[in-house]
Design a binder for this molecule. Structure first.
Ligand code: F3S
Length: 754
């Protein structure tokens, strides 16, 4: 089953009524984003208007997609919910765990050897619970979703930031943490703060060297990496209609780089063409019937300043090609001006690699435009000065590109064709020309270019551009090359110029594939055993968390008083620890090792009150756990900001931390603590943070009366016997207090399903 047309028909059948109702309630014409949001309310027909950027709203997404790194803990948790099948169509995609090195065949073989236990687990758990499984080598999650599952007007969530790519096909598609995905898989609503809306009006038409990628490179330059935070970016205007569907996908994909909740475009002919080309004419037929609901109201687009919170206008006709970087995707520079900037900043001008593909830019149009430049290099006797690497986004696109001779063109230039997987985009790249301390430059058509992102080397300067610009720069081997104006010297010593790239939007002979790498789950999964080895160091089945007894909240010890910034990365570090994402006990060995202890200002160095000795946070905590003593973590402002990874709540919970008391929380982390059955509390009086001392003991004196809106009182007993009574606020509602009393939200779901 590639997609569920009946589900899509249902979404469309209710849309007219809900959109009309929402328009009436909101009292003004609606943007596309609002139409999709109001059509996916958990409570059904809209009954109240929501304040943008303020109200938290429960939604009912249509689909879920997970990638192999984040799916491990999400599915281990889902198994705890006591369900026989996922409540919402879900797919798992094996794309992050495949290292790029020698080329597709050898790399895939190696990945299947080194990560086979993870792939086997994901395949078996998918089969058991009715989840579609895309094998290693089948493609990158977002390209596969765009080709198979995205549909105009739909809402999906995915456990990866670039889930937003599906906005290219008119969805509201949002990247979430595993805990959110588990809720929806288990049949619970998904909560989101009703987003603000940024409108981007596109006029004119792309021409010459300028590509869809340059639209988002420009927008990133305007809005910066934080400018889209909490907002949906909605693109509209005559220019939008002139872009291909996959080009729209590229633009939405990199909306993640400006912090946007997501980005989207209204349904148009380009989307219809893509749906038909990817064998989904039935969706196009259905979408055509409700076309007016799959785009914003005319009145909104005629007067956008009145209806969006912010409006940007870009004329595609005059837009110039850009290269963004290094080290941040919002440092936008028009090609042609980069040489001067690079010289000023001492960025290496010599380019060592040109990388094309990833989930951002591996459409047929992208590959044909880049190949048209590569072919010119061959025809004009230009020997590329940089190495080339290509990461196709899916087996379907790879097979079609091979059939049509596109890959051959790159191979003729000496390119390495890597697996249809993330590879160098996520640091899974064993680079053949390792650079060490030496500053070096690469160009790529991916989305992120933070330090170390591609090859783990902080000395690598990565610049982001369109595939065709990457091809041109890689051929020249120079960051200051401007293909629109500069010439290159060929093997015969002649000066030659690259002509403007030529692309084909969709394959004239249609897409083709022999084995797309998809495995449909069995109808009845009850007989399927989930494959997890008891001796595995990467995977571990979860045990339900036991509810925290009121008596355990007496005589608690301080584990750490975190000083200053404490993000989810400080609480559960990434890097080499990613390997243990599916093994709670092993990954717990990184718990809070990045947090600065307010006493002594060191990381991973806390006092064990049981013996007065100092040690690493996880070690000390494990000693408290062995002694049956619960602990408390104290923190500063915005505790738990950063990624939404649920490990940052699960690990402390697993190790025996019962409460986290801070000046303020990042909201997602606060919710994650609640879901794991812990206490997430804030100081009623921030100055009380200063009263906490290294040898303190904590007694929750009125925990038996834990109730919504009622602060908790904590008696803090200091080493000298003196005491302070601290008031702690909380935001638990009735339902969340039940999660706490049951030990976790999943325990409650399991009980309800029993
Ligand atoms: Fe993979 Fe990079 Fe996309 S990591 S999902 S190709 S952003």
């Amino acid at each position: 089953m590639a997609f569920d047309i009946e589900m899509i028909k249902k979404v469309y059948s209710q849309m007219a009524e809900r959109v009309d109702k929402a328009r009436e309630i909101v009292g003004k014409p609606l943007t596309l984003s609002e139409k999709i949001l109001y059509n996916h309310l958990w409570d059904g027909i809209p009954s109240k208007a929501f304040a943008r950027g303020k109200d938290y709203v429960d939604f009912a997404p249509d689909r879920i997609a997970c990638q192999d790194a984040t799916a491990q803990m999400a599915l281990l948790q889902f198994m705890q919910a006591g369900k026989t099948k996922v409540a919402v169509p879900t797919t798992v995609h094996c794309d992050h765990l495949i290292q790029a090195k020698q080329g597709a065949k050898a790399d895939l073989k190696r990945a299947n050897e080194t990560s086979n236990e993870v792939f086997d687990f994901l395949e078996s758990v998918s089969d058991k619970y009715g989840i579609g499984f895309w094998k290693p080598g089948a493609g990158i999650i977002h390209q596969v979703v765009l080709e198979n599952y995205a549909f105009p007007g739909g809402m999906m969530i995915g456990t990866d930031s670039h889930t937003v790519n599906a906005g290219g096909l008119g969805m509201v598609a949002i990247g979430v943490g595993g805990a959110d995905a588990v809720d929806v898989m288990a049949g619970m609503p998904w909560e989101l703060k009703f987003p603000k809306l940024i409108g981007v009006k596109l006029t004119g038409e792309l021409n010459g060297w300028t590509a869809s990628k340059d639209v988002i490179l420009k927008v990133a330059g305007i809005l910066t990496v934080k400018g889209g935070t909490g907002a949906i970016v909605e693109y509209f205007g005559p220019g939008a209609k002139n872009l291909s569907c996959t080009g729209k996908g590229t633009i939405c994909n990199m909306g993640a780089e400006i912090g946007a909740t997501t980005s989207t475009f209204g349904y148009d002919d380009s989307m219809e063409r893509f749906l038909r080309a990817t064998d989904r004419s039935d969706i196009a037929d259905e979408a055509n019937k409700i076309r007016e609901h799959l785009t914003g109201d005319d009145a909104v687009y005629a007067n956008p300043e009145k209806y969006f919170d912010e409006v940007i206008e870009i004329d595609l006709t005059t837009l110039r090609p850009h290269l963004n970087g290094p080290f941040t995707p919002d440092l936008a520079t028009p090609v042609g001006e980069l040489g001067e900037k690079a010289r000023k900043n001492d960025w290496p001008l010599k380019v060592d690699w040109g990388l094309i593909g990833s989930c951002t830019n591996s459409s047929y149009e992208d590959l044909t435009r880049a190949a048209s430049i590569a072919q010119q290099a061959i025809d004009k006797k230009l020997k590329p000065k940089s190495d080339f690497g290509i990461n196709p986004g899916s087996e379907q696109i790879r097979f079609t590109a091979e059939r049509d001779g596109l890959l051959k063109v790159f191979e003729n230039l000496g390119a390495t064709i890597f697996t249809n997987a993330c590879g160098p985009c996520i640091g899974q790249w064993d680079r053949s020309d390792r650079k060490g301390e030496e500053k070096n430059t690469i160009v790529h058509s991916f989305n992120r270019n933070f330090s170390k992102r591609a090859d783990g080397n902080p000395n690598t300067h990565a610049f982001v551009g369109s595939p065709e610009m990457v091809a041109a720069i890689a051929i020249s081997g120079r960051l200051d090359f401007d293909p629109m104006n500069d010439t290159l010297l060929n093997e015969d010593g002649q000066e030659v110029k690259l002509e403007i790239p030529q692309g084909i939007e969709l394959p004239p002979k249609g897409f083709d594939v022999e084995d797309n790498g998809y495995l449909e789950p069995v109808e009845d999964g009850s007989k399927i055993d989930v494959k997890v080895s008891l001796t595995s160091e990467r995977l571990q089945l979860l045990e339900p968390f036991l509810p925290i007894k009121d008596s355990e909240l007496q005589g608690m010890k301080l584990l750490i008083k975190a000083f200053g910034k404490c993000t989810t990365d400080h609480i559960s570090m990434a890097g080499p620890w990613l390997r243990f994402r599916g093994h709670l006990d092993n990954i717990a060995n990184n718990t809070l090792i990045g947090a600065v202890n307010a006493f002594g200002k060191k990381t991973n160095f806390v006092k064990n009150q049981l013996n007065g000795e100092f040690g690493g946070v996880p070690d000390v905590q494990r000693q408290y756990k062995a002694a049956g003593i619960k602990t408390i973590v104290v923190g500063d402002h915005n505790y738990g900001e950063g990624s939404s990874r649920e490990h940052a709540a699960m690990q402390p919970r697993f190790l025996g931390v019962a409460a986290v008391l801070v000046k303020s929380f990042a909201r997602i982390h606060e919710t994650n603590l609640k879901k794991q059955g812990m206490l997430g509390l804030t100081f009623a009086n921030e100055a009380d943070y200063d009263k906490i001392q290294e040898d303190d003991t904590f007694n929750f004196v009125d925990i038996a009366d834990f109730a919504p809106g009622k602060p908790l009182m904590i008696e803090v007993v200091h080493k000298d016997g003196s005491k302070d009574m601290i008031k702690a606020n909380h935001t638990y509602n009735e339902a969340q207090i039940v999660w706490y009393r049951e030990g976790s939200a999943l325990n409650l779901i399991k009980k309800q399903n029993a």
